[in-house]
Design a protein around this ligand. Structure first.
Ligand code: GDP
Length: 478
């Protein structure tokens, strides 16, 4: 960690002027609020005969640090975790309900279907886990918080409507996350359904069916009458097999929060997706910035369970607060450790909120390129007409300064939306808008997420400015 001159003085029980003098001796001119780097701190401390011992800082749920290493022999096949995305009204919710209705296993019939944010079904004796919040906002919000919970994305496209703006948004979100896509062409029961048109339109986005020489799986379904659902599940299992999804069930559990809320009677309630290990009742646990001991666990069919293995969603109680979707969780050996880490994280989260981590921005681009922090500049382009989108994209993608490439991860016609901002935040991208403005929500989110949104009226200005920023020639804005 770093310290200011005054803080260092306090630690060494010296006066700030003594520290400043020593710094001058090192050729560093500093004021008392100046932050010192590690080397200077060590040098000065050494000068005063003190050796620096770094405090253990657990800045995030450093899973790698605490997680037990997996013995390859312990790895077992696990169920794929699937998210459904697509344009509004194309049938995401109906499909999720349809799959659940037709597939929930008989053995669990004792339970009552609970909406805990995720559910599991069985096909050919194998399990598939669905995240029950359709739409890419949830998916990308989770990803923005560092969670990679989805293994496969189902892109739902209505056969009577074809590819629409949110279809494109969804597929770009999935691509940015490098999650394989299966296309479910829905509403094929309708008279005016035209699945071929959907295939044709999606080829523009590099989703080419196998029949046409590509490698994207397309399945025709009808969410209302259940047609094609079996085939869809089989395809999911096929992709899962190719991906060789494995996890070690025989260790302390770790995973991601799917959703959480404060229940009047039960207190904080969180649906956790176990990604590794096995979660057990009584486990001491840190969940995001909260902690506790797992008091009770409930499955997606409302049954009390005592254990949950990899890819299983369970609703847990026993936390001291309400975590957020996308937060990571980790089980610890003893409750004291869990409490210490949970409390430490809560304090640091507040500090971090004050400081606000900086993301990529045009003003700082040159420095970040110089420091090797970025090799690619991710951009999202929004414009009032498709022609402008294409023109800007074409010109920007040609820019190459010092081997740093411009990478357009999403484009669209219309205002800058909150979803664009969340995608930018998750992918560390800058948003470029032409003759469009961000809506109020988008603006607020951009501010809180520190996303750089640049608005232009003239294409040439944008290209010039980005090129200048990459070369370090941009006049800083004050
Ligand atoms: P979402 O916004 O993507 O979640 O879409 P919904 O699941 O709410 O579906 C929107 C509308 O399309 C509803 O009226 C559904 O009943 C209807 N719908 C969904 N799937 C199908 C389908 O396969 N066939 C037909 N005919 N209608 C469907």
């Amino acid at each position: 960690g770093s310290l200011t001159v005054a803080e260092l003085a306090e630690k060494l029980t010296k006066s700030t002027s003594e520290i400043i003098k020593k710094l001058m001796g090192l050729g560093v001119m500093a004021t008392k609020n100046e932050e010192l780097d590690k080397t200077s701190i060590e040098l000065i401390a050494h000068d005063f005969g003190v050796e620096v011992e770094e405090e253990e800082v657990i800045d995030e749920l450093d899973i790698e640090r605490y997680e037990e290493a997996d013995d390859p022999e312990d790895l077992q096949e696990r169920a794929p975790v699937v998210t459904i995305m697509g344009h509004v009204d194309h049938g995401k919710t109906t499909l999720l309900d349809g799959i659940r209705k037709t597939k929930v296993t008989d053995t669990e019939a004792g339970g009552i279907t609970q909406h805990i944010g995720a559910y599991q079904v069985e096909e050919d004796g194998k399990r598939v886990t669905f995240l029950d919040t359709p739409g890419h906002a949830a998916f990308t919000t989770m990803r923005a918080r560092g969670a990679q919970a989805t293994d496969i994305t189902i892109l739902v496209v209505a056969a009577d409507d074809g590819v629409m703006p949110q279809t494109v948004e969804a597929l770009n979100h999935a691509k940015a996350a490098e999650v394989p896509i299966i296309v479910a062409v829905n509403k094929t029961d309708k008279e005016n359904a035209n699945p071929d048109r959907v295939m044709q339109e999606l080829t523009e986005y590099e989703l080419v069916p196998e029949a046409w020489g590509g490698d994207t799986i397309f399945v025709n379904v009808s969410a209302v009458n259940g047609g094609g659902i079996d085939e869809l599940l089989e395809m999911i299992l096929l992709v899962a097999e190719i991906e060789e999804l494995k996890a070690n069930p025989s260790k302390r559990a770790q995973g991601t929060v799917v959703e959480a809320e404060l229940d009047r009677g039960r207190g904080p309630v969180a649906t956790l997706l176990v990604q590794g290990g096995t979660l057990k009742v009584g486990d001491p646990i840190v969940v995001g910035y909260t902690y506790g001991r797992v008091r009770a666990m409930m499955s997606d069919v409302g049954l009390r369970v005592t254990e949950a293995g990899p890819s299983t969603p369970v609703e847990v109680t026993g936390l001291n607060g309400v975590p957020q979707a996308g937060d990571q969780f980790l089980v610890f050996a003893d409750e004291k450790k869990a409490k210490q880490i949970g409390e430490g994280r809560a304090i640091r989260a507040k500090e971090a909120q004050r400081k606000q981590t900086s993301r990529v921005s045009l003003d700082d681009l040159y420095n970040q390129i110089q420091e090797g922090e970025i090799k690619e500049i991710n951009l999202i382009i929004k414009a009032d007409v498709q022609g402008s989108v294409e023109a800007v994209r074409g010109s920007l993608e040609k820019i190459d300064v010092a081997g740093v490439k411009v990478n357009v991860i999403h484009t669209g016609v219309g205002a800058v939306t909150e979803s664009d901002v969340i995608l930018a935040s998750a992918s560390n991208a800058i948003i470029i808008g032409f003759n469009v403005r961000p809506g109020t929500n988008a603006k607020q989110t951009a501010e809180s997420e520190n996303v750089d949104v640049r608005l232009y009226r003239v294409i040439y200005n944008a290209i010039e400015e980005i090129e200048a920023a990459m070369k370090g020639l941009l006049d800083p804005e004050y």
